[in-house]
Design a protein around this ligand. Structure first.
Ligand SMILES: [Zn+2]
Length: 82
């Protein structure tokens, strides 16, 4: 069964990981033990102005028909800076 983001309540197709100290700095305390999708995580980071682009690991998409594990080829902090 697919997990649901505790913030936006959408099914979460994306898995990722970040270091614990970053997770605790970015995600509100009442949500830290649950699933927070990458989109909601990014919004929390933007609200707190905490850069995290270089700290994301294990980015995976787990769909119904396919699954992928991604290598991060490029990254940047801030919006639309490729
Ligand atoms: Zn979400």
């Amino acid at each position: 069964m697919r997990q649901t983001c505790k913030v936006c309540k959408r099914e979460d197709y994306w898995n990722y990981s970040v270091p614990d100290d970053l997770w605790h700095a970015i995600v509100p305390a009442n949500l830290q033990s649950g699933v927070v999708c990458l989109g909601c995580f990014d919004r929390f980071a933007a609200e707190r102005t905490i850069e995290y682009a270089g700290s994301v690991r294990n980015v995976r998409f787990a769909g119904d028909m396919a699954a992928f594990e991604f290598d991060i080829a490029k990254l940047s902090n801030g919006p639309y800076r490729f």
